[in-house]
Write a protein that binds this ligand. Structure first.
Ligand code: KMH
Ligand code: ZN
Length: 269
């Protein structure tokens, strides 16, 4: 099996300090947290940024500052979000791609998202994929529903995406694919065999699905964007605490962790 890539999704767009007071918000806090996650085993940071008042932003300036603070501390892979927050325009969501990060997310379909709708129309997909090609940014395909895999494969046929693809199965969003082991196996069996994949289990599903991915040869995403609890009723103290736990699970299963440069090779960066 390949070494394990742990992605840390530090902040997201939806969680607030009211949900978990340990949420990193400012560029300095996010960079410090990225470094702690790197030290505990993460090689990839999935990055969202916020305004001072905690609201989500796709500001190029805030991303630039945050990425530069992260890179001062460690050479983790930085993957910017193009999902942003529900309701943002395509142009707004694309802002951090202009900074030419190593990776960016690309959600290949629309999905209900709690009480909202996360819109990714065919026109958006084409625009986002072309931008990533122009700026030499590797997409991580965010799969919230199984049909999004087929959309990605159609995009390969149209020349909008190149193989090998890298997928993130986001499982357990209310409105998206439920976070069951059976569904995870179905997703894994539905992607081209030369693809790489990671799983982001939402809430209490983070640990069991992450453990399954370690056993199956996939990769794992953890962090406050997906899960704010360490265990039932106990808030996580930090993202690094969640990284440290999944790194321990990997060690129990004799799955060594990928350092950032090893992760770059696995992902073809
Ligand atoms: N905040 C969600 C609406 C991504 O980062 O690309 C979308 C999201 C996915 O977080
Ligand atoms: Zn995200």
């Amino acid at each position: 099996m390949e070494k394990l890539i742990i992605t840390a999704a530090l902040t997201g767009a939806e969680v607030t300090r009211e949900h978990n007071p340990n949420l990193p918000i400012s560029p300095e806090e996010i960079a410090a947290e990225a470094y702690r996650c790197f030290q505990t085993g993460a090689s990839l940071i999935h990055l969202h940024v916020r305004n001072d008042d905690e609201t989500p932003t796709q500001s190029k300036a805030v991303y630039r500052e945050t990425i530069s603070l992260i890179k001062e501390k460690c050479e983790v892979i930085v993957q910017v979000s193009t999902g942003g927050a529900v309701g943002m325009s395509a142009e707004e969501r694309l802002q951090p791609v202009y900074l030419e990060p190593e990776m960016a997310t690309l959600s290949t379909g629309s999905v209900n998202f709690g009480s909202d709708v996360f819109i990714n129309s065919p026109a958006y997909l084409e625009k986002f994929a072309r931008m990533m090609q122009e700026h030499n940014v590797k997409p991580e395909i965010e799969v919230f529903e199984v049909g999004m895999i087929n959309n990605a494969l159609q995009m390969v046929k149209k020349g909008l995406l190149s193989e090998p693809l890298h997928f993130d199965f986001v499982m357990g969003v209310p409105g998206g694919i439920p976070a069951s082991l059976k569904n995870l196996l179905h997703l894994v069996e539905s992607i081209p065999t030369d693809s790489t994949w990671t799983v982001a289990g939402i809430g209490r599903h983070e640990l069991p699905l992450g453990t399954a991915a370690i056993i199956l040869g996939g990769h794992v995403r953890v962090g406050f964007e997906d899960n704010i609890f360490y265990e039932k009723g106990v808030l996580a103290e930090s993202n690094a605490q969640l990284v440290e736990r999944i790194a321990r699970v990997a060690a129990i299963h004799s799955r060594p962790l990928a350092a950032p440069d090893e992760a770059r090779l696995i992902l073809g960066l």
